[in-house]
Design a protein around this ligand. Structure first.
Ligand SMILES: [Zn+2]
Length: 326
């Protein structure tokens, strides 16, 4: 569904997996061992992400205690990630719930989510689910892996952070920007990549977010989604310290306490009601009208916004070519 055969066949080569996992010793191990001990558990985790996304439609929220392989794209692995579960969620939702048109990815792992960003940048979502708009909200340490500048062009809210960003700075930036972006885009589904490698002392993240800060971060994201009736699925992604599990546990308990997660009403009928065909047709009509107005307004500028990404304005290019000929 996401990865082409040419990529999947690479996974039978131990040295290719060693490269994606950044573990050189794997290249000396037989591929059957790698598949059984490493890739198969990862596939289970990816299945967990897909199942979680469906459960979020049903219950309004869900949490996969794994997944969040945000460095894997359709064509390449990297940064401990082999399968691109975030892009897969987008494709699966579109297949299963054809009325879904707007998905927001909120990525608060310390690293840039260049895998699904690469997929968006390469036009995968436009090609495989052309009626779907994907908004990327990514806050990450700009000075660490992967520093993928080309993929950054696919980000809609680019929250670049510096080394040792403090809890206050991080939460202030999140509070100031998340709600306005949600209100502007009006997502119908949120994928929340909640890596905890932003915790202070993490050997890879290099940010200084306290344990309380991480708990508050998760609460802010859930609050903004649940109060607007937007289904949210949370993936745990990166985190490389012994205290990660304890902090995540405290955060999940806090979410349950604040939002009474297990008492949330069954949302499936409500969701279908909200995004059922009648409302959808009305929204499509309004959006087409808005698009027309946008194109009129931006006709004179060199670039225009198309499906939330920048592209050269073909009308201007054509005019320039005609001028050059003259
Ligand atoms: Zn990370």
């Amino acid at each position: 569904m996401l990865h082409p055969t040419r990529y999947l066949s690479k996974l039978t080569d131990s040295s290719a997996v060693a490269k994606f996992m950044e573990m050189s010793t794997l290249s000396y191990l037989p591929s059957s061992w790698i598949d059984n001990s490493l890739l198969r558990p990862m596939r289970y985790a990816v299945q967990g992400s897909l199942l979680a996304s469906e459960k979020a439609i049903e219950y309004g929220w869900s949490i996969n205690l794994s997944g969040g392989y945000h460095h894997a794209s359709a064509e390449a692995g990297g940064g401990f990630c082999v399968y691109g579960d975030i892009s897969l969620i987008v494709l699966r939702l579109q297949t299963k719930y054809s009325q879904l048109r707007k998905v927001m990815i909120i990525d608060l792992d310390a690293h840039q989510g260049n895998g699904y960003e690469r997929d968006k940048h390469d036009g995968l979502f436009n090609k495989k689910c052309k009626d779907m708009k994907v908004f990327i909200f990514d806050m990450y340490n700009q000075y660490i892996y992967p520093r993928d500048y080309e993929s950054r062009r696919a980000i809609d809210y680019n929250g670049e952070l510096s080394h040792h960003c403090s809890t206050d700075t991080f939460l202030k930036q999140l509070r100031q920007n998340l709600a306005p972006k949600i209100d502007h885009f009006q997502p119908e589904f949120v994928i929340y990549n909640a890596g905890t490698d932003c915790l202070e002392h993490d050997p890879l993240g290099n940010l200084d977010i306290s344990e309380e800060g991480v708990i508050e971060r998760d609460q802010i994201v859930f609050d903004e989604c649940l109060k607007r009736n937007i289904p949210i699925t949370m993936l745990l992604s990166g985190g490389y310290q012994k205290n990660n599990a304890a902090v995540i546990t405290r955060s999940l308990l806090n979410l349950n306490k604040k939002f009474k997660l297990f008492s949330q009403p069954n949302w499936r009928d409500r969701w279908l009601q909200l995004y059922g065909s009648q409302k959808r047709q009305k929204q499509d009509k309004e959006e087409k009208q808005e698009q027309k107005e946008d194109e009129c307004q931006t006709e004179k500028s060199s670039y225009y916004i198309h499906n939330y990404s920048w592209a050269p304005n073909p009308k201007i290019q054509q005019n320039q070519q005609e001028n050059e000929k003259q």
